[in-house]
Design a binder for this molecule. Structure first.
Ligand code: DAH
Length: 337
């Protein structure tokens, strides 16, 4: 009852009540033509407060007179505080592993130009390697020169180019983000998915640095007993390129259904940054500073890597259908609380 009275005084008190203050600050000193609409709003507010007060005092009265009872044994309302989505959780975990190694986060747009997504990464126009990326392009772009045409980025690699054009080496970045491909959805594919890209450029960066960094990252994500191996592969923007496999975490390498009896699970792509990529970056930087030589491959080298967040999360949690991540099914999501 006392609280109700304090509430009444706080709002309706004649001297210090908020309504009184509002009326002085806004109504009385307001411009003449605004007074009418303000007055109407003011009266509505006053009425609302009075209604709440009356109904609260009535209920309190009833409880006090024993007409209405509060059952204090009833369970309280349960508030679900919410948790990060499992994909976001895995993405943050990956990013944190690299933050601890001194990397910072860089981000880029999902609607990207052909130049950043392909050309500067050494996918020339009409190159067959573009076919592996099943690109979703924006409509009505034909009138533009090919490098300016817009598309949905097919990977997070274009942020490598944006970052190198913006900053001289040394560079150490991780790039989490959403990517898009014209893929039919099935148990392991989704037209929208997530990647984390990495880039390290400095003097004397070698393939051993790449191996050591990724071996550490895989152990941090999957446990210290995990082994890694590097297989020759191809990406237009790295030379040499490799696919990284980890020893199967389900059978410790003995061979099972999850690893197709091979004992190994393929997880990501990587390689040493191709000098052609440094050349594209230098060309773009020289438009701003004709003498720029920061990415001269005779002075610096670098490595890069890219991994699918869904793929990593599926291996971490033994999930066999990518569709679970997007279903919004609480029975699935609550398991990660
Ligand atoms: N961009 C590649 C893809 O989406 C993944 C990748 C591979 C990124 C090798 C890299 C890399 O930076 O060095 O398939």
């Amino acid at each position: 009852m006392r609280d109700a009275e304090a509430f009444r005084l706080r709002w309706l008190g004649r001297k210090q009540g908020r309504l009184k203050l509002i009326s002085e600050a806004w109504l009385k000193s307001g411009p003449t033509d605004a007074r009418k609409p303000l007055g109407i709003r003011f009266n509505q507010l006053k009425q609302q407060i009075e209604e709440v007060l009356t109904s609260v005092s009535l209920r309190i009265q009833k409880v006090l007179e024993g007409e209405e009872r509060v059952d204090i044994t009833l369970p309280g309302g349960v508030r679900a505080p919410g948790i990060p989505h499992p994909l976001l959780k895995t993405m943050n975990e990956i990013v944190a592993v690299f933050h601890h190694l001194g990397y910072s986060t860089a981000l880029g747009p999902q609607v990207e130009s052909d130049f950043y997504n392909f050309e500067a990464l050494n996918f020339p126009p009409n190159h067959p390697a573009r076919d592996t990326q099943d690109t979703l392009v924006l409509a009505d772009q034909q009138a533009k020169p090919s490098r300016d045409r817009l598309l949905m980025r097919t990977h997070t690699s274009p942020v490598q180019i944006r970052s190198m054009i913006a900053c001289a080496p040394p560079i150490r970045i991780v790039v989490p983000g959403k990517v898009h491909r014209n893929d039919a959805a099935d148990a392991t594919h989704s037209p929208v998915f997530h990647q984390v890209e990495g880039l390290c450029v400095d003097t004397n960066i070698t393939f051993s640095d790449l191996k050591g960094t990724l071996d550490h990252a895989m152990k941090a994500l999957f446990g210290s007993s995990v082994k890694t191996r590097f297989f020759p592969s191809f990406f237009p923007f790295t030379e040499p390129s490799a696919d990284v496999q980890i020893s199967c975490i389900f059978c410790s390498g003995a061979g099972c259904r999850k690893c197709k009896q091979s004992g190994w699970i393929e997880l990501l792509g990587c390689g040493m940054v191709d000098p052609t990529v440094f050349a594209s970056v230098t060309e773009a930087r020289r438009k701003l500073n004709p003498a720029d030589d920061a990415y001269n491959p005779a002075k610096i080298t670098g490595f890069a890597f890219g991994m699918g967040v869904e793929r990593i999360a599926m291996v971490q949690h033994g999930i066999s259908d990518i569709g679970h991540f997007y279903s919004g099914d609480m029975r699935f999501l609550e398991q990660f609380a």
